[in-house]
Ligand binder design. Structure first.
Ligand code: PRX
Length: 633
């Protein structure tokens, strides 16, 4: 059994133990799992190369820890409870045994199609049970899954498939999202003209809509599993064998394939799930994220299923068929822990309390948030109207790279404070560094958030580019993992996240690199150059503000360019990366050496330009007045 901390004293003791003797601490946690062969060394690490290895030479399979390990107690207990987009359609409940059989069946199908241990499989799918089955089947046979959020464009998909050199893509005919139908297979088809590594595409029939099936390449899911046995011998994995790659945006254009390995990620996702949410047997856990993001990986699938939990998977969106949908689901399934994003809360708040009429919400015990800072107003609304004042809120800070929650209250154990992620999870040693890399110890300090000791769930590398991993995370502050976030440690020793300190903006909880958006804008034939910055946005947390220099205006004038720039970004990256504001300018403020002065543009976008600081290095200071005059918002 994974240990659960139950008191504040217990947390303090366990945290202390995790710092004083991390190897022993994580040995205790790892012993809760089933290892075919126990590790012979707990940890080997240095942050210079960087090289981090946990549970060395341990042999295991993560799905054996989900299924075989849980089967005796939970054979007939629901594992995944699936709620469709349309509430009129019937949901699906898969018990541990049923899910196990489906995973095995598809694992056998994958093997029959030639997928072997170490092969990369891209999954581009809506939130349907087959998505969970596909990812677990990959893990069963040792194939490396790389799930791409199905809202990404064909071009983004191409980039990820090619970077991972994926041999297979698993997808669906179409997907439902609110009252829209998304042409998913068509996007895959568009991508695959540029992806020579892909040999097969497996297609789940979700809507029954017409799709092209390419002979010799494409196969229906239902055909692939036909006659496949419901048993499959799990592949023996080394603790440090890759489990998955998940792409995240960086401050340069190209997405980074974050690599997580088997043993450490397993221990960390399960430990954090159980402790942060204080999950108890038979609770119903509901995380509203998409499995295409790390939150879905760790807290819809791996963490909950490793703990033998009941995990709810929702295909739709919070506002369909009406704004009360999430609350209706909470009541329908008697959800005990709800985990969602501040953006969703801010958007639901705008509808007032009416959607809460006739909703009980009394089953709720714990409320969680993730992905971005939660402002006090949203925190109080969540606390008062959803939690009825009785549910602790866990504001969980973490990243794709950390694999699991890293700074957060443990529900009901660590006293909360609105907009503070509070204290580190045992095993996490956060430090605040000034820009010169000096550790700022004590209380009431502000600076760069770094972590000075490895933890089992941390990334191991960037797929195919270890040098980039070193440069992005381990070079700016030697000997530390650099998160890219600013942080304040207050008088209670509590951590409050202050936002990114690099060129990444967090929009509705999604990381977007400004360079990636600029590259997309610059593909517009009339755009000469552009600069993108974030600004405070009431609902999304941060909005996207683009300053665009055009060689000439098209026939549609400024408005025409604006619209086509927005459409272009949507098509090239995804609708989530669409600029909210596009200002056409005659030039960008630059230093004499030609560097764009983003600091100035950020201040203008934020409507906070009374003091622009030192602009003496600027090439053309007159531009600033012009840009301020044309400011949007
Ligand atoms: O800036 C932080 C913000 O989201 C970033 C990580 O994004 P991603 O890798 O997409 O993972 C999101 C889900 C774990 C962080 O560097 N962030 C995440 N959680 C919080 C947060 N900012 C403030 N408070 C949080 N609770």
């Amino acid at each position: 059994m994974i240990r659960k901390i139950t008191t504040l004293g217990g947390y303090i003791r366990e945290y202390q133990e995790s710092v004083e003797n991390p190897k022993l601490f994580w040995t205790h946690q790892a012993e809760a799992f089933y290892w075919r062969k126990k590790w012979d060394k707990v940890l080997d690490w240095n942050f210079e190369e960087p090289s981090v290895k946990w549970f060395l030479n341990g042999k295991l399979n993560i799905t054996e820890n989900i299924f075989e390990r849980n089967m005796f107690l939970r054979k007939d207990q629901p594992a995944i409870i699936w709620e469709p987009n349309n509430p009129e359609e019937e949901g699906i409940t898969l018990t541990y045994e049923e899910l196990f059989k489906k995973v095995n069946q598809f694992a056998n199908a994958l093997q029959k199609m030639g997928i072997e241990k170490g092969d990369r499989v891209v999954i581009y799918m809506p939130m349907i049970p087959e998505l969970a089955i596909a990812m677990l089947a990959c893990a069963r046979i040792g194939a490396i899954h790389s799930i791409v959020f199905a809202g990404f464009s064909a071009k983004s998909l191409v980039e990820r498939i090619n970077d991972a050199q994926a041999k297979m893509v698993i997808t669906s005919d179409e997907g439902y999202r609110g009252n829209k139908t998304i042409q998913i297979k068509a996007i895959v088809d568009e991508s695959l003209t540029d992806c020579p590594s892909v040999e097969n595409v497996v297609v789940v029939e979700r809507t029954g809509g017409a799709v092209d099936m390419k002979a010799g390449r494409d196969i229906w899911w239902h055909d692939a599993i036909q006659d496949m046995p419901e048993e499959n011998e799990a592949a023996e994995m080394d603790s440090e064998d890759m489990l998955f790659i998940l792409y995240t945006s960086g401050s340069t254009g190209k997405p980074k394939g974050i690599v997580h390995t088997t043993g450490g990620y397993m221990v960390y996702s399960a430990y954090t799930f159980k402790n942060v949410f204080q999950y108890s047997d038979n609770d119903m856990f509901f995380c509203t994220a998409d499995i295409g993001w790390i939150t879905g990986h760790s807290y819809i699938i791996y963490g909950p299923l490793l703990c033998g939990a009941k995990t709810l998977m929702f295909e739709g969106i919070p506002t369909f068929p009406d704004e009360g949908r999430l609350w209706e689901i909470v009541d329908k399934y008697q959800v005990n822990q709800l985990y969602t994003a501040p953006t969703a809360l801010r958007s639901l708040m705008t509808y007032g309390e009416e959607p809460l009429d006739n909703k009980s919400l009394r089953s709720l015990k714990v409320l969680g948030t993730v992905g971005e800072p939660i402002n006090e107003e949203a925190w109080h609304w969540y606390h008062d109207h959803i939690g009825k004042g009785n549910c602790p809120i866990v504001d969980t800070w973490w990243q794709t790279e950390t694999g699991g929650i890293s700074i957060s209250p443990l529900a009901g154990i660590i006293p909360t404070k609105p907009s503070f992620a509070t204290l580190p999870i045992p095993g996490i040693q956060p430090v605040v560094l000034d820009n010169e890399g000096k550790e700022l110890s004590g209380r009431n300090v502000e600076g760069n958030l770094c972590i000075k000791f490895p933890w089992p769930g941390m990334l191991r590398t960037i797929y195919g580019d270890h040098e980039r991993c070193k440069n992005v995370y381990f070079s700016k502050f030697k000997g530390y993992y650099f998160t890219g976030d600013g942080v304040k440690r207050d008088e209670d020793g509590y951590y409050r996240l202050l936002g990114r300190v690099d060129d990444v903006i967090v929009v509705s909880g999604h990381n977007l690199g400004t360079a990636e958006i600029e590259n997309a804008i610059n593909e517009h034939p009339l755009v000469h150059e552009s600069a993108v910055v974030g600004y405070p946005h009431e609902i999304k947390g941060q909005g996207i503000y683009a300053f665009v220099v055009c060689s000439e205006l098209s026939t549609g004038g400024e408005e025409g360019i604006r619209n086509s720039v927005i459409k272009g970004v949507s098509k090239i990256i995804s609708p989530i990366a669409k600029p909210d504001r596009v200002q056409i300018v005659s030039g960008l403020p630059k230093t004499r050496s030609g560097k764009i002065m983003r600091r100035i543009l950020r201040k203008i976008a934020e409507n906070n330009y009374s003091d622009l600081g030192d602009i003496s290095t600027m090439l053309d200071p007159d531009l600033v007045d012009e840009i301020i005059k044309g400011r949007i918002g």
